[in-house]
Design a protein around this ligand. Structure first.
Ligand code: NCD
Length: 337
C-alpha cells in the first residue's frame, strides 16, 4: 500500500491512523539503520534539498542524517541572505528550479502557509519542516512515535490518556501539530497549561472538541500537570511574540522543574519537549534540574527523529517494500560501543 507516495507532507490534517501505523512500522524496521549499525542503499543516487530559512539544529540535521543513512545525498541552503530569495526570487520560481535538482525537498520558513505555497509549484514531494507558528508535522510524528513506544513498555494505550501541554501554546507550532495528531485517537483529555497571553488557538481547541475529546485550560502548572500521562513542555517562542506583552503577565510565567514534578506529577508520567529548551538563567522552560529523572525522555525523543524521518522519505518515495532487503552490518560500526 503506497499511501504517501509522491505526496507533500504539509500538515498533520492530511494523515490518518492507517498511514501513521504504516509509517511507524517502517520506522521500527529502520531503527538499526538510524543507529548506524546497519547500512542500506535504498536511496542510492537520490538527492534531498534541505532548505531552512529559520533557525534549526535538530530538524535540519536529523533530516540530513536520515537521508544520508539511507544512502542518499543532500544539497542545502540555510537562511535568506545566502539564497536568491534575497535577490527577489519568488518561492514559485525557486520551487520549479529545485524540483529539477532533487527528488524530495524539506523546507522550513518563518511564514505560516509559505511551505504549502511553495509546494504548489514543486513537482517533487515537499515536507514541511516548520512554517512559522503554523505546523511542524514531522515533529508531531516523532513525538507520537515516542509516546507510543514509551507507553508500550508499560502496557498503556494512547486512547484514553491525559496529555498536558505547557508553555507558549499560541506561537509554538509543535503543540499545534501534536494536539491535532493525537486527536485521531479516542477519548483523550488535553490540559492546555499556558500564561494567559499565550493560549492554544481557538481553532485547534474546536477541532479537538469536535473529535470528541475533553479540553481543560489552566494557567497554573500545579493543577495543569496533575493527573497527566504525558507532560509536553515548550519554550516561550521569543522570536514570534510580536505585540504580545508578556511584561504585563510576568506573574503568569512558569518553569517545569523538579519540585513541581515531585509534588504534582504521576510516578510514570512521560516528560517530553521538542527542544531546544531555553536553559538561560531566568528562562521559563523545562528546567535542567530534572535531567536525572527517569521520566524525562527528551533525548530519546530527539533520537527518534531519525527513524521517523527515514520512514517519511521511504514512504514519500514509494520504497517501503524494499526496506530490509539489502541490510548489511556496518563494518565500521563495530568500533562503536
Ligand atoms: C521546535 C520548532 O522549531 O518549532 N524545534 C524543533 O524543531 N525541534 C520547537 C522550538 O523551536 O521551540
Amino acid at each position: 500500500m503506497m499511501l504517501l507516495q509522491g505526496k507533500h507532507i504539509l500538515s498533520v490534517d492530511q494523515l490518518n491512523l492507517t498511514q501513521i501505523r504504516s509509517l511507524f512500522s517502517t520506522a521500527e524496521k529502520l531503527e538499526s539503520v538510524a543507529k548506524g549499525r546497519v547500512t542500506t542503499h535504498l536511496l542510492d543516487g537520490a538527492i534531498l534539498a534541505n532548505m531552512f530559512f529559520e533557525a534549526s539544529t535538530r530538524t535540519r540535521m536529523s533530516f540530513h542524517s536520515a537521508f544520508a543513512r539511507l544512502g542518499g545525498d543532500i544539497c542545502d541552503t540555510t537562511g535568506f541572505s545566502f539564497s536568491s530569495i534575497s535577490k527577489g526570487e519568488s518561492l514559485a520560481d525557486t520551487a520549479r528550479v529545485i524540483s529539477e535538482y532533487a527528488d524530495v525537498i524539506v523546507m522550513r520558513h518563518p511564514d505560516q502557509g509559505a511551505v504549502a505555497d511553495f509546494a504548489k509549484h514543486a513537482s517533487i514531494p515537499v515536507i514541511n519542516g516548520g512554517d512559522g507558528p503554523g505546523e511542524h508535522p514531522t515533529q508531531a510524528l516523532l513525538d507520537l512515535y515516542t509516546i507510543r513506544r514509551e507507553f508500550q513498555k508499560s502496557g498503556q494505550s494512547v486512547h484514553g490518556s491525559t496529555i498536558a501541554m505547557t508553555g507558549d501554546l499560541k506561537n509554538g507550532r509543535t503543540v499545534h501539530s501534536l494536539a491535532k495528531l493525537l486527536s485521531l485517537f479516542d477519548n483523550l483529555t488535553f490540559h492546555f497549561v499556558s500564561p494567559n497571553a499565550l493560549p492554544m488557538p481557538a481553532y485547534i481547541i474546536e477541532k479537538i472538541q469536535q473529535a470528541g475529546h475533553q479540553v481543560k485550560i489552566f494557567t497554573q502548572p500545579e493543577t495543569g500537570i496533575a493527573g497527566a500521562d504525558v507532560i509536553y513542555c515548550t519554550r516561550i517562542q521569543q522570536e514570534r511574540l510580536g505585540t504580545d506583552n508578556l511584561g504585563g503577565h510576568s506573574n503568569d510565567l512558569f518553569s517545569i522543574n523538579q519540585p513541581l514534578i515531585e509534588r504534582y506529577a504521576k510516578p510514570e508520567t512521560l516528560i517530553l519537549h521538542p527542544l531546544p529548551r531555553d536553559t538561560r538563567q531566568g528562562a521559563f522552560d523545562l528546567s535542567t534540574d530534572l535531567d536525572n529523572d527517569s521520566r524525562l525522555k527528551i533525548f530519546t525523543q530527539a533520537a527518534n527523529g531519525i527513524p521517523v524521518r527515514m520512514a517519511l522519505f521511504i514512504h514519500c518515495l514509494g520504497l517501503e517494500s524494499g526496506v530490509g532487503k539489502d541490510f548489511q552490518p556496518a563494518a565500521w560500526a563495530e568500533s562503536k560501543s
